[in-house]
Design a protein around this ligand. Structure first.
Ligand code: NAD
Length: 513
């Protein structure tokens, strides 16, 4: 880590050994208990952060509420200009922030940089969007009336994020919410709190330099109990939560109980269908990257490969061969393909899934293993595994956040593969590998994939910020990022203006005064 320059990066980002975990901008609070962040790369303590107390949370809400009253009055393109400056600052700090993401979360440095690039891209997108927050006009049925709709900011947006994209998910939400005129309160994952501190320092600096009020961007820290302060709080009209389905079910109910809105980005169980017309080379690249990239800890990671029986042995042998070449180790070293899992709890879940799938009848093709010895002191490094399985197994139905790939077989036509692909509770990402137009179109048709993302001749992993991102069924139904995802951060108002001297009543009702 030393040669990687993590200490210099932390310094540039203003992250210290002990950090107040609550912030409304340039004001920070730290009266709560400290919790620690250890790197899964080498097990070293990186820093500590205080947990947000109930009193501190109340202060944050007070600042956010009053900041909203000012921020909403700034014309949207001027808010876009602030987001543009934020994007510029991210360009300057891309390397140190990418390093922190990599060291605190355990993904490769390239992926860490890629995550910061996503933040920059969504800022650019939001700047353009700030001049396009448009509604429709429609013809009124009443003479001398004009009818149109407009979008106004919502207020305070609460953001709860997962460990695996410790900075990008926040930016996907905030860049849009800010141009829409909202203010944001963020609770990062308790597994990656220092990424949260670093991001908040960056935006706080931008807001201060532009003489904007405290509270446009706020940070709170801690575990689910701190998250619950937001889900229960009627002053937060929208809670955007990214994480497990288990968490999403609790958050959705808490927010719905007070009739608030939630935007849920939950777990996936993503499959690639490999048909007799697939390009094997592209299939292997897409499947291996999708299954082992970020050590299988992406919401869009490939978990199931559904292969036609006529191709099955060829695909199986090619993938098993490719796994032999995988290098597992320090993700800061560019020669490594697979880094660590986030913590030893995740390692225990990986082991439990591998044990259970064998009990259910699965046949192990590439053995899993927890690595130890020099370079693996953190106890978080595991070998990517491949198991021949059936779609109906409990283990295959669940999302295990680790590099385990299930090989499934189908026979007959592509409908049978689509049935397996759709035969899970999650609905995030999906893909088909085929050069057959009929199969591809069938996969994308009304009777095709039921996921929020459906790709042809690309794997399941990753997405561009220009499209709306999210999934169906137990993935939660939320959409973030591009297209018209911005609409959830605003409230729609229908306006009718009467420019006559008559007031015709609806349904021809006469009301003589
Ligand atoms: P997690 O559910 O354990 O935690 C996510 C966040 O929710 C954390 O900040 C946590 O503190 C908070 N939280 C947990 N319980 C809460 C409660 N009752 N009230 C309020 N907040 C609560 O998830 P994780 O392990 O950090 O992340 C992995 C999961 O996230 C995977 O399932 C993955 O698929 C999913 N994910 C989905 C997307 C997507 O866009 N669909 C993106 C990234 C990750």
């Amino acid at each position: 880590a030393k040669s990687f320059g993590i200490h210099g990066a932390l310094q540039q980002l203003g992250v210290r050994l002990e950090n107040p975990g609550t912030s409304t901008g340039s004001k920070t609070f730290g009266s709560g208990e400290y919790f620690s962040s250890h790197s899964p790369v080498d097990g070293q303590l990186i820093g500590k952060v205080t947990q947000t107390t109930v009193d501190e949370y109340a202060k944050v809400m007070e600042k956010a509420s009053s900041a909203f009253l000012e921020w909403r009055l700034l014309p949207a393109p001027q808010r876009g200009e602030i987001v543009r400056r934020f994007g510029e600052k991210l360009r300057e700090l891309k390397e140190p922030l990418g390093k922190l993401v990599s060291y605190e979360m355990g993904k490769s440095y390239q992926e860490g940089l890629g995550e910061v690039q996503e933040m920059i891209d969504i800022c650019d997108f939001a700047v353009g969007l700030s001049r396009q927050l448009h509604g429709l006009t429609m013809h009124s049925e009443r003479p001398g009336h004009r009818m149109y709709e407009q979008y106004h900011p919502l207020g305070i947006v609460g953001i709860i994020s997962a460990f695996n994209f410790p900075v990008a998910v926040w930016a996907w939400n905030t860049a849009l919410a800010w141009v829409c005129g909202d203010v944001c309160v963020w609770k990062p994952s308790e597994k990656t709190p220092l990424c949260g501190i670093a991001c908040q320092n960056i935006i706080a600096d931008v807001l201060k330099k532009n003489n904007l009020p405290e509270g446009i961007s706020c940070l709170i820290n801690g575990d689910y109990k701190v998250g619950e302060m937001m889900t229960a709080d009627q002053h937060i009209p929208l809670v955007s939560a990214t994480g497990s389905i288990r968490m999403g079910k609790i958050v959705a109910q808490a927010v719905a109980a007070r009739l608030g809105k939630s935007l849920l980005e939950l777990g996936g169980n993503n499959a690639i269908i490999v048909t007799p017309d697939a390009d094997i080379k592209m299939t292997v690249i897409g499947a291996v990257f999708g299954a082992v990239g970020t050590a299988g800890q992406r919401c869009t990671s490939t978990r199931r490969l559904i292969v036609h029986e006529s191709m099955y042995d060829r695909v199986k042998n090619a993938i098993v061969d490719a796994y032999k070449q995988l290098k597992i180790g320090n993700p800061l070293d560019e020669n490594m393909h697979v880094g660590p899992l986030i913590d030893t709890d995740a390692v225990a879940m990986y082991e439990a899934s591998l044990r259970k799938v064998v009990q259910e009848g699965g046949k192990v093709l590439v053995e899993g293993e927890v690595l130890n010895g020099a370079g693996f002191e953190s106890g978080c490094y595991v070998k990517p595994a491949i198991v021949e399985a059936e779609n109906s197994y409990e283990t295959v139905q669940e999302e295990t956040f680790a590099p385990i790939l299930y090989l499934l077989k189908y026979s007959g036509n592509v409908e049978n593969a689509i049935a397996q692909q759709n035969g899970v509770v999650q609905g995030l990402s999906s893909a088909i590998m085929t050069n057959n137009l009929r199969e591809a179109e069938r996969f994308l048709s009304v009777a095709g994939s039921d996921c929020g993302i459906a790709n042809v001749n690309i794997g399941t992993s990753g997405a561009e910020i220009g499209g709306a991102f999210g999934g169906e069924k137990e993935t939660g139904g939320g959409r973030e990022s591009g297209s018209d995802a911005w609409k959830i951060y605003m409230r729609r108002q229908t306006n009718t203006i009467n420019y006559t001297t008559e007031l015709p009543l609806a349904q021809g009702i006469k009301f003589n005064l």
